[in-house]
Design a binder for this molecule. Sequence first.
Ligand code: MLT
Length: 199
Amino acid sequence: FIHRYEPATKAGSPPLLLLHGTGGDENDLLGLGEMIAPGSALLSPRGRVLEHGMPRFFRRLAEGVFDEEDVRRRALELGEFVADARKQYGIGAPVAVGFSNGANIAAALLLLKPDVLAGAILLRAMVPLSDPPKANLAGKPVLLLSGQSDPIVPATNSAGLAALLSEAGARVEHKVLPAGHQLSQADVTLARSWIGSVE
Ligand code: MLT
């Protein structure tokens, strides 16, 4: 993966794996990462799938309709990238911070390779796989922030994701914000205090 890496400037803060939305890149979420966890190491890959020139983390057939074979393949590929980067940079298991398509690949990674992530902040995520394997997410902290009027993610879908992760044992906190698909100041504030509480 093409990526950016910013080393930690503060000891003891968890590394973040930043996963951008459709059309974003490895630079997009560095500012958000710094706001959520000042001083944390930041690992920020660029999605390797292009949709009309826009980087993403997996193929989709239509908005909200995923090529699930590709979701699985790309999630495993991302998991290998994280393992290699951890060796290269000498960091622990990261907490994913994913927005939209980046949140969806983070959710897939949690379900397919639970050991890769120490936890996850999923911003505007959806259920990434219709028939996920039985994952063991025992105690893994997950913050799921959804938008009440998100035109891409129906409320039933984000509730379904929260249920799926909880059933797998994750410690899920799900909040529905007065927002659409875009991020709001509340996302930053909530993510920041959540990560402070799980550190
Ligand atoms: C996706 O494709 O992952 C979702 O539709 C979110 C998006 O990227 O717009």
